[in-house]
Design a protein around this ligand. Structure first.
Ligand code: DQA
Length: 142
């Protein structure tokens, strides 16, 4: 089974971006760790990053066309702003699991709302890169 792992804006800068919040692992490190985890679970991941909201919408549609088992979505800042992402999540019949490295609920007020969360079947946050691994375990169990 294939699981899409979609990453939103600024996550390409992981490793150097606010390391006190997001840690020192790069997105490539996270992808490598998650690919190992996927092999253990008998899954294949399609791991991507974009800074563009509409591209995330297109990729959610693609997850449906591909027949993906699930989508792990770290929509980064679009989590807190994007009704278009919520609508896309609701439009596809693929379960979406919300993922965050940090825990937005313990940060600034403007991060407390999650449009992604209104459509997602589950969420994993605040565990750093391990958030992705735990989310993949949840996807495997769906
Ligand atoms: C994030 C949390 C978001 O609030 C923030 O905008 C990000 C990263 C995380 O993984 O902790 O860019 O999604």
């Amino acid at each position: 089974d294939i699981v899409f792992v979609l990453n939103g804006p600024n996550l390409n800068l992981l490793g150097t971006r606010e390391p006190d919040i997001y840690g020192s692992d790069t997105l490539i490190d996270i992808e490598a760790m998650l690919a190992d985890k996927a092999r253990e679970l008998g899954l294949v991941i399609d791991f991507r990053q974009t800074n563009h909201e509409g591209e995330l919408v297109d990729w959610l549609h693609e997850a449906r066309i591909t027949g993906a088992k699930a989508v792990l979505l770290n929509a980064a800042a679009y989590t807190h702003t994007s009704i278009a992402l919520l609508d896309a999540i609701r439009a596809i019949d693929v379960p979406v699991i919300e993922v965050h490295l940090s825990d937005p609920a313990t940060r600034e007020e403007f991060r407390h709302i999650s449009y992604v969360g209104m459509g997602a079947v589950d969420e994993v946050k605040g565990l750093g890169p391990r958030s992705y691994a735990v989310a993949l375990e949840k996807a495997a169990a769906l």
